[in-house]
Design a protein around this ligand. Structure first.
Ligand code: G1P
Length: 299
């Protein structure tokens, strides 16, 4: 059973500057909740109640979001806003969320090493704080857990991508196709630079079920790109030593480290929203009719 989850919330959020000068990218909103909370919910809906979030030193507001706020709760109750009071009261209760800090940015592999004690020798889910997944029937982490339970091997969540987008991801080197959507892996290549380097069209998209061997492997993994300890290098060694699988998950993935990805998420979540959906759809329909005018006219 996979009971623990680790979310990596490092990174400077460069592509979202200047806002990320003061607000971590994982705290940017999709409507009224921060990005990280969608990832926590995916874990919780996959049966994971123990979550460790690794943050960098300037990201304390993520921690604050998961702490109770009795004063605010009290004020909302007193002013007749019980619904909001309930909403903020439920946030710290939905899971056991703890935090640790990566003080020096030495790579995603180095950040994951911080989680070794928390994981305590069990297989665990790793989620990258930039990637939000939507599947309201079967959460992506839950899909990966099912594959892990069947094969008892490390599982990487992948989807098919084409150039140039695929150059932004870790790409799977396939050993063998085991099922229509499950592949045995030879390895993984981080951000191939040209079509000639592409080993497949399977891109890793920020969801992993890892066996605890990853920690000993990371400790021996040479520093990679930017002279940092890269998670992908560790997973590549893990795949070579003990085997690993790539699983083509079902779901819509949003790249929240990217402005367009963020706009897509906000738009699509708003369209699905019970309260907002109808009005937002009407607004968008009207907007699209006049899209040329809206773009080019200032009044
Ligand atoms: C990271 C991983 C990469 C993966 C990607 C998915 O890259 O290193 O293998 O494909 O996340 O979002 P980053 O986006 O942090 O550069």
């Amino acid at each position: 059973m996979v009971k623990k989850g680790v979310i990596l919330c490092g990174g400077l959020g460069t592509r979202f500057l200047p806002i990320t000068k003061a607000v971590p990218k994982e705290m940017l909103p999709i409507i009224d909740r921060p990005v990280v909370d969608y990832i926590v919910d995916e874990a919780v809906n996959s049966g994971i109640k123990e979550i460790l979030i690794i943050i960098s030193p300037n990201k304390d507001c993520i921690k604050e979001y998961y702490q109770p706020n009795p004063e605010l709760y009290q004020k909302l109750m007193e002013s007749g806003k019980q619904d909001y009071a309930r909403v903020i009261d439920q946030i710290p209760q939905k899971a056991n969320v703890s935090f640790d800090v990566q003080y020096i940015p030495k790579g995603s592999g180095d950040a994951l090493l911080i989680a070794q004690e928390f994981v305590s020798g069990e297989p665990f889910a790793l989620m990258l704080g930039d990637d939000v997944m939507y599947n309201d029937q079967n959460p992506v982490v839950k899909q990966l857990i099912s594959v892990y339970e069947k094969y008892q091997k490390t599982v990487l969540g992948v989807q098919r991508r084409t150039p140039p987008e695929i150059f932004r991801y870790g790409v799977i080197d396939i050993l063998e196709r085991l099922e229509p959507d499950v592949y045995d892996m030879k390895g993984i290549l981080e951000k191939p630079s040209s079509v000639d380097d592409l080993t497949s069209d399977l891109a890793t998209l920020g969801r992993y079920i890892l066996t605890p061997e990853i920690f000993e492997i990371l400790k021996k993994t040479p520093l990679g790109i930017n002279n940092e300890l890269q998670l992908t290098d560790g997973i590549n060694l893990l795949a070579q030593q003990s085997g690993a699988l790539a699983y083509v998950f079902e779901g819509r993935r949003y790249d929240m480290g990217n402005k367009l990805g963020s706009l897509e998420a906000i738009t699509e979540y708003a369209l699905r929203d019970q309260e907002l959906g109808k009005a937002y759809k009407e607004y968008l329909t009207e907007l699209l009719k006049n899209i040329q005018k809206v773009f080019f006219k200032t009044n």
